[in-house]
Design a protein around this ligand. Structure first.
Ligand code: PLP
Length: 419
C-alpha cells in the first residue's frame, strides 16, 4: 500500500488503524468474518475500472473478455458449491438480492410472509421502513415462547389464513437448524413462492454443516461476506425456469453496471469454499459457538432456545440486571466486539434490547478452538457480572491481548486456512 500511503495518508492511516483494531479485537459479530488476502487482492484490483452492463457474452460494452472470464467462474463455482441450477452473482449486497427476487415475482400490495424481525428475521423480510414493508402487505411468523424455536404450526396457520404470494425463510439471529422442507410444504399448500435467505448460514450450508434449502426453494439468496467468507456482496440461486426473470430484474431491473472487482473476489471465495480447510473451519465455527453457549449456560445465563446448532447464539440478559446495549458498550472497552440484539418477546425496543448476539465465524477463521471459546465466554461473564470492577477489566484486556497475539491476522487479514 505504498502508493496509497504516499497519495492519501489520511485514508491509508485509517486502514492501518482498522487493521490494528481487527488484530487486537475478539470479533463476535455473527455477520462478520475475515476474508483471505487472495479475496482482498481481487476485490482491490483494477477490475473496478470496467463497465460490464449485461451478462457473460451478452454485454452492452466492449472490452469485456476478462470480466466475462471471472463472472463465468463465479457463476459456475456458485452453482457447484450449492448444487443450484442457476446463479446470479451480480447483486451488490444481500438486500439487493432479496429486492431482485421480490420485484421479479411480486406486484406492489402483494402479500409476503416473513420471520418477525424481533424474533430473528431481517429488515428485508418485511420491516415497515424497508422497501419490503413499504411495498407489500406483510405478515410475520416467529418462535415459540417456551422453546425459542420456529413455530411451524403457527407458520402454517398464518399462511393458510393470510394466503401470501411469497414465503421467506431465513434469519439474522436464529440459532437453530431451519427446516426448509416444512417451509416448502406450507408454500405448496397455499400456492406461494418460497425464498430461503441463507445470508447467515451460507458457509455452513456450503460445507454441509447445515441442511441446504436448494432442493426445496424457488429462490435462495445470500450475502457472500458472512460465514461464506468472501467479499461484501450478494448472490441469488434459483431453478432454471426463473433464470431469465431473475437476471432481468438484477440488471436492468434494479442495478446498473456490476461490480466486477467484487465478482472477481466472489469467484476466489467460492473456490476457497470448496476446500477441505473451509469445511473444517465451518465445523469449527459451530463447535466454538456450542462450546461458548454451554459455558454461558453453566454460568447461569439464559440462552435463547437453550443453545445453538449454528454459528451464533443469543444471550437473554433479562435476569442479569444489564441491557444488551450496556453489555455491548462495556465489552468494547475490553476489546470484545459484539452486538446488542432483541430476544424473542423482548419488552424493550431494538435500541436498548435485552440481549446480545454472539457469533463465532471470525474467531474460527483466526484458528481459535473450543478451549479459546470457553476462555472468551469466561471473559464476557467476568465483565458482565462485575461491570464496575476495574481489576476485572484489566485482567480481561490482558487475556484478550494474549489470545489475539496467539492468532494473528497476518498483515491485513489472511485466514490460517489460506496461508
Ligand atoms: N438477509 C439476512 C438474513 C441478513 O442477515 C442480511 C444482513 O445482515 C441481509 C439479508 C442483507 O445483507 P446486506 O447487509 O449485504 O444488504
Amino acid at each position: 500500500m505504498t502508493t496509497l500511503k504516499h497519495d492519501d495518508p489520511e485514508v491509508w492511516n485509517a486502514i492501518q488503524e482498522e487493521a490494528k483494531r481487527q488484530q487486537e479485537t475478539i470479533d463476535l459479530i455473527a455477520s462478520e468474518n475475515i476474508c483471505s488476502l487472495a479475496v482482498q487482492e481481487a476485490q482491490g484490483s483494477l477490475m473496478t475500472n470496467k463497465y460490464a452492463e449485461g451478462y457473460v457474452n451478452k454485454r452492452w460494452y466492449a472490452g469485456c473478455a476478462n470480466v466475462d472470464t471471472v463472472e463465468h467462474l463465479a457463476v459456475q463455482r456458485a452453482k457447484q458449491i450449492f448444487g443450484a441450477e442457476h446463479a446470479n452473482v451480480q447483486p451488490n449486497a444481500g438486500s439487493q438480492a432479496n429486492m431482485a427476487v421480490c420485484f421479479a415475482v411480486l406486484k406492489p400490495g402483494d402479500r409476503v410472509l416473513g420471520m418477525d424481525l424481533s424474533h430473528g428475521g431481517h429488515l428485508t423480510h418485511g420491516f415497515k421502513k424497508n422497501f419490503s414493508g413499504m411495498m407489500y402487505e406483510i405478515s410475520h411468523y416467529g418462535v415459540k415462547r417456551e422453546t425459542g424455536c420456529i413455530d411451524y404450526d403457527e407458520l402454517r396457520n398464518i399462511a393458510l389464513a393470510f394466503k401470501p404470494k411469497l414465503i421467506i425463510a431465513g434469519a439474522s439471529a436464529y440459532p437453530r437448524i431451519i427446516d426448509f422442507k416444512k417451509f416448502r410444504a406450507v408454500a405448496d399448500e397455499v400456492g406461494a413462492y418460497f425464498m430461503a435467505d441463507i445470508a447467515h448460514i451460507a458457509g455452513l450450508i456450503a460445507a454441509g454443516v447445515h441442511p441446504s434449502p436448494v432442493p426445496f426453494a424457488d429462490f435462495v439468496t445470500t450475502t457472500t461476506h458472512k460465514t461464506l467468507r468472501g467479499p461484501r456482496g450478494g448472490l441469488i440461486l434459483c431453478k432454471s425456469k426463473y433464470a431469465k426473470q431473475i437476471d432481468a430484474m438484477v440488471f436492468p431491473g434494479i442495478q446498473g453496471g456490476p461490480f466486477m472487482h467484487s465478482i472477481a473476489a466472489k469467484a476466489v471465495a467460492f473456490k476457497e469454499a470448496m476446500s477441505e480447510e473451509f469445511k473444517k473451519c465451518q465445523q469449527q465455527t459451530v463447535k466454538n459457538a456450542q462450546a461458548m453457549a454451554n459455558e454461558f449456560v453453566k454460568k447461569g445465563y439464559d440462552i435463547v432456545s437453550g443453545g445453538t446448532d449454528n454459528h451464533l447464539f443469543l444471550v437473554d440478559l433479562r435476569n442479569k440486571n444489564i441491557t444488551g446495549k450496556e453489555a455491548q458498550i462495556l465489552l468494547e472497552t475490553v476489546n470484545i466486539v459484539l452486538n446488542r440484539n432483541t430476544v424473542p418477546y423482548d419488552e424493550r425496543g431494538a435500541n436498548e434490547p435485552s440481549g446480545i448476539r454472539i457469533g463465532t465465524p471470525t474467531i474460527a477463521s483466526r484458528g481459535m478452538d473450543e478451549k479459546d471459546s470457553v476462555k472468551i465466554a469466561e471473559c464476557i461473564d467476568k465483565i458482565l457480572s462485575r461491570p464496575h470492577n476495574d481489576q476485572a477489566k484489566r485482567d480481561v484486556k490482558n487475556i484478550v491481548k494474549d489470545l489475539c497475539a496467539a492468532y494473528p491476522l497476518h498483515e491485513s487479514g489472511a485466514c490460517p486456512s489460506t496461508k
